[in-house]
Design a protein around this ligand. Structure first.
Ligand code: PGA
Ligand code: ZN
Length: 428
């Protein structure tokens, strides 16, 4: 194919709404031979070291407008990218970082750089005629990730008094992504019935990631609901399903203590570790994300020492998808898994470097959505491309979550007999 077909000829931005109804950036990139788009997602429980979004402030859109981000996309980014080869992702992303000139993408906005960077990858894939997962991952990209479905929401994502942010079901007993989703949907339906029986129908409203937000305050009550739902759906906990938690513990850390208001506890590091250990003794928990404050790496290390043999201890806010932070964490032996969110670092190339660093050091990588997300299924293709074997993209409900699941179903069908489902393999 003619090389010139990959040349970027046009870069545009448009405003769009995310799943919370807040404005975000859509980038559209055209090459001579194709085009690609991407939408930036947006977090609520963001890490301190994340790329920051550029927002307008003022009254319109309650201060969250992206007018300035779109203006910089048009006047600063577009002229610099036109003429570049869309396959040169690293070159494009280096250019974005140089144009931005700040350590946290605050001039262009992480929302701008994320959308543009991902749209360039899609444009190159479209020009090549390859699906995105194949373009990014090559012919070896045929592993469908095991989904971690956040079906009970708490913390910053819901209005209930649950301290921990996410309670996940993990369909490890399936043999395909489609079967995994069927099993998860069955449990999700039974979970809804059980919540309605125990707490009333008004308790079945959902939180930001599509999980239910029942009026329970203790983690054990939420885990009991999951166990009951798995059983009612006819599955065996520990065999067909494992469980996962995202504590998002930076949100709990106040004045040197971990304050679990729902539990009525204020714990130090050792106390919080004992709390996790006692939950792990009662339930088949195979995944524990951000168990300690993002700067409390000693807590992470202790958790990995104590629980890492039977579950993934995952750094999210602790690493912010930043390769430089991860390098330090790898030297210090902080966790055995790392969450990946492209918009935490702001470019696809940096996220790919982070994934490579983690995978080469034997850490598991979980490709993740944000609590504010969009209909863009980019991360489904990315998870298959990386062969990471794990994806976290919410409940099997709400369009911005199902967009990713539906894309995985499509990829699995396209791969046909070559497709493999990760199942239990990624877990210790
Ligand atoms: P966020 O939450 O997108 O609001 O940061 C997701 C997570 O903590 O994993
Ligand atoms: Zn998290």
């Amino acid at each position: 194919m003619e090389d010139s077909l990959y040349e970027i000829v046009r870069v545009r931005g448009l405003p769009a709404l995310d799943s919370r109804g807040r404005p975000t950036v859509r980038a559209v990139v055209e090459t001579r031979g194709g085009r690609g788009y991407a939408l930036a997602p947006s977090g609520a429980s963001t890490g301190e070291k994340e790329a920051v979004e550029l927002r307008d402030g003022g009254r319109a859109w309650k201060g969250r407008g992206v007018g300035l981000a779109l203006a910089r996309l048009e006047t600063v980014v577009a002229p610099a990218l036109v003429g570049l080869d869309s396959r040169d992702q690293a070159g494009v992303d280096t250019t974005l970082a140089a144009l931005d000139g700040t350590p946290n993408k605050s001039f262009l906005g992480g929302n701008t750089t994320t959308a543009v960077s991902m749209a360039v990858a899609r444009a190159a894939a479209s020009t090549s005629g390859l699906p995105l997962y194949r373009y990014l991952g090559g012919p070896a990209a045929r592993l469908l990730p095991t989904p971690l479905l956040n079906v009970i929401n708490g913390g910053a994502h819901a209005g209930n008094p649950l301290d921990l942010q996410e309670f996940m079901i993990i369909p490890v007993g399936a043999s395909s992504i489609l079967e995994a989703l069927r099993m998860a949907v069955e449990v999700y339906e039974d979970l809804k019935s059980i919540i309605a029986e125990r707490y009333g129908k008004q308790a079945t409203a959902v939180g930001d990631e599509g999980g239910f937000a029942p009026p329970v305050s203790r983690a054990r009550e939420a885990l009991d609901l999951l166990a009951a739902a798995v059983e009612r759906a006819g599955y065996t906990l520990g065999r067909d399903f494992l469980l996962g938690l995202d504590a998002a513990a930076s949100q709990l850390y106040r004045g040197g203590k971990y304050v679990l208001e729902g539990e009525g506890l204020a714990l130090d590091r050792d106390g919080l570790l004992e709390y996790y250990e006692s939950l792990a003794a009662e339930y088949p928990i195979a995944y524990l994300e951000d168990p300690f404050d993002e700067d409390d790496w000693e807590g992470f290390r202790e958790a990995t020492k104590s629980l890492g043999g039977r579950m993934l201890i995952v750094g999210d806010d602790a690493y912010c998808t930043n390769p430089r932070i991860l390098e330090r964490a790898l030297r210090e032996g902080v966790s055995n898994a790392a969450l990946l969110k492209v918009n935490q670092v702001g470019t696809l190339s940096e996220a790919l470097e982070y994934a490579r660093l983690a995978l080469h050091s034997g850490l598991r990588v979980i490709v993740s959505h944000r609590s504010g997300d969009t209909e863009d299924p980019f991360i489904a293709d990315l998870a298959v491309a990386l062969q990471s074997g794990l994806i976290k993209t919410g409940a099997p409900a709400r369009g911005e979550r199902t967009a990713k699941y539906n894309r995985l179903i499509e990829i699995e069908a396209e791969l046909g007999g070559a497709a493999r489902y990760a199942g239990r393999a990624p877990f210790p």
